[in-house]
Ligand binder design. Structure first.
Ligand code: ZN
Ligand code: ZN
Length: 250
């Protein structure tokens, strides 16, 4: 009977209590590499969980999203990194959409808009359509998941052509509008979800890092160009701002 060598103790790769969030990612770097994971997707889940664990939802001041969070890990190709992150973000945005259940309806939000000046058409149809906000949200999530699953568009996920850049840009822009809608129209849902997940902050950091969404699409820019409120409940002068001023974007 042969002697079986005892398995060596696995190297500790967690975060010790009291680790400062600033030293958190420096710990991750040499510790866990993407090649330590069975899939790129599982590595992204890991770094996302690590980041989530560093969030104190009760704190008023949240740390900046570290640039290292979405740095392309060697030896992964940038397009592959974009692909898997996009996939992960769509899933997370699906959770945000779940929070809108019964809150965002065809009655509350018959149009997909950010501010009153920015209304968006839904491109998830053969011809861009004016879907209500919750339909835009679900149609966009479903359409993007099916694009990501397309073997025609992405036959080999380890080697993705830079020709896919336009596809990623379009996906990223359409998904960002969901955040803009929630931010400007369901602020309490946005704030509560964001305090738990920093999803919009992370997604914005990711989009900026890879120039996926034009700067003037981000909510801070939309806020700056926001006109006076045009709520229909106004009883004063009746000079509401008609939707003919709306800019419609595909
Ligand atoms: Zn809504
Ligand atoms: Zn639609």
């Amino acid at each position: 009977m042969s002697q079986v060598e005892p398995e060596p103790e696995p190297e500790f790769r967690g975060i010790l209590p009291g680790t400062k969030s600033s030293s958190f990612y420096s710990w991750r770097k040499p510790g866990m590499r993407v090649t330590d994971f069975p899939t790129v997707q599982s590595y992204i889940e890991y770094i996302t969980d690590m980041f989530m664990d560093s969030i104190d939802p009760t704190s008023k001041i949240q740390p900046e999203i570290p640039a290292s969070l979405y740095a392309v890990p060697s030896p992964i190709q940038q397009q592959t990194w974009l692909y898997y992150n996009m996939r992960h973000f769509v899933m997370e945005i699906g959770q945000l959409a779940g929070e809108l259940d019964t809150i965002c309806t065809i009655q509350t939000c018959p149009k997909m808009k950010a501010t009153n000046e920015w209304q968006f058409l839904c491109s998830s149809h053969p011809k861009a359509t004016e879907c209500c906000a919750i339909d835009y949200t679900t149609h966009t999530i479903e359409a993007i998941l099916s694009l990501l699953d397309s073997r025609q568009l992405f036959p080999n996920r380890d080697v993705i052509s830079t020709k896919s850049n336009d596809t990623f840009n379009s996906m990223a822009r359409r998904l960002y509008r969901i955040f803009a809608h929630v931010y400007f129209n369901h602020r309490n849902v946005y704030d509560e979800f964001e305090s738990r997940t920093r999803l919009c902050d992370r997604y914005t950091a990711f989009c900026r890092q890879f120039s996926l969404v034009p700067e003037d699409n981000f909510k801070e820019e939309l806020e700056k160009r926001k006109g006076p409120s045009s709520t229909t409940s106004s009883t004063s002068s009746g000079s509401s701002f008609p939707s003919i001023h709306s800019k419609r974007h595909r």
